[in-house]
Write a protein that binds this ligand. Structure first.
Ligand code: MUC
Ligand code: MG
Length: 378
């Protein structure tokens, strides 16, 4: 029986290609927590857990993710049977509350190890891929309308993206609506324009916002109000034609069920790490499907590793009505994979190799590993 021998974590800090201006933070670096599991037969599995903007997006920080894994999750798994991923997930869920991103990083490494030992992609462990590539959006968040328009036009011309998600919520509602209208007017029918407010609006602001956005030709608004304001989300979902998408409100299947019961969304942005791993994300998807909602593959701006893991799961989903935003690696100045993911013709290709289908470039890991950790573990 193959056993789990060792679990190693590390933090990487990778600069972004430009400032990424969100309602709650401006990112200039993305920080990823990587996990490497070593098994008794010499095989390995790798995983990633990432958040956005330190503690400004959610309750887990990169440092907290690493600490939760090293201190609480790893001791539960050492010496356990490697191939029983469900057993490991159930044990971790029983003894570690919350900490979904930390759980995700470990769970991905467990699936990756299993897939590699069996010689099959993780998509096959979820029943098989029905897509070889998925549509991928780009986020316009330079903080400047003219820069965003130039960026969008270049993306359309080079056939890299024709779906744009605009980050708004930092300025007044009126300024944001003007910004969105300018971009929609510039791209016309060549692209779909959507926005993410990252919870910045009150219900009152959101009423004005949704009205202005739909008049401007914006197709979808993501998480306009705080995650806990389910009644407000329900009112907005019912009150306007523009699609309302839940993101921060969806932390796993229980939240998905509550969102369906209370009619809080037209669309689910399903994020692997916010859900608590690939398996829990598949449960969120199943709840959304059963309720007849639209589905969208969301990102926490993971590197190529976490993005490849998400691709393995979403390749198995029949209909992703709103596509995906699996562009995380493209926002970074450099990748960490031996072979980068392939982006072309408005899509990202699903890696077909065993496990999550990617391997790391050791030089890049050394280059981006957080300095304090490098000297500690050297
Ligand atoms: C979010 O809230 O959806 C996804 C794309 C992006 O630019 O930021 C993330 C976070
Ligand atoms: Mg969002």
């Amino acid at each position: 029986m193959t056993k789990i021998d060792q679990i190693e974590t590390m933090i990487l800090d990778i600069p972004t290609i430009r400032g990424h201006v969100l309602s709650m933070a401006t990112m200039r670096t993305q920080t990823a927590v990587l996990v490497r599991i070593k098994y008794s037969d010499g095989s390995e599995g790798i995983g990633e857990g990432t958040t956005i903007g330190g503690l400004s997006y959610g309750a887990e920080s990169p440092e907290g993710i690493q600490s939760a894994i090293d201190t609480y999750i790893t001791p539960l798994l050492l010496g356990r049977e490697a191939d029983n991923v469900n057993g490991a997930i159930q044990l971790i869920d029983k003894l570690v509350k919350g900490n979904r991103i930390a759980k995700t990083a470990v769970e991905i490494a467990l699936w990756d190890g299993l897939g590699k030992r069996l010689g099959v992609p993780v998509s096959q462990l979820f029943g098989g891929a029905v897509h070889q590539k998925l549509p991928v959006a780009w986020t316009l968040a330079s903080g400047n309308s003219d820069t965003d328009i130039a960026e969008a036009q270049e993306m359309i011309e080079t056939r890299r993206h024709n779906i744009f998600k605009l980050k708004i919520g930092k300025r007044s509602v009126r300024e944001d609506v003007t910004h969105v209208a300018r971009i929609k007017q510039a791209v016309g029918d060549a692209a779909s324009v959507r926005v993410d407010v990252n919870t910045a609006w009150s219900l009152q602001e959101a009423r004005w916002g949704l009205k202005g956005l739909q008049d401007a030709g914006c197709e979808l608004v993501e998480q306009p109000v705080a995650a806990r304001y389910r009644r407000a989300m329900a009112e907005l979902t019912k009150g306007y034609e523009i699609a309302v998408m839940a993101d921060e409100a969806l932390n796993g299947p229980e939240d998905a069920l509550a969102a369906v019961r209370e009619n809080c969304a037209d669309v689910f942005a399903v994020k692997v790490s916010q859900s608590g791993g690939l398996k829990r994300a598949s449960e969120v998807i199943a709840i959304g499907q059963a309720a007849g909602l639209g589905l969208y593959g969301g990102t926490m701006l993971e590197t190529g590793l976490g993005t490849a893991a998400a691709l393995q799961l979403f390749a198995t989903i029949e209909t992703l009505h709103w596509g995906t935003e699996f562009f995380g690696p493209l926002l970074l100045t450099d990748g960490i994979l031996a072979e980068p993911l392939i982006y072309r013709d408005f899509c990202v290709e699903v890696p077909s190799g065993p496990g999550i289908g990617v391997t790391l470039d050791p030089d890049k890991i050394t280059a981006f590993r957080r300095c304090a950790q490098r000297s500690m573990k050297a």
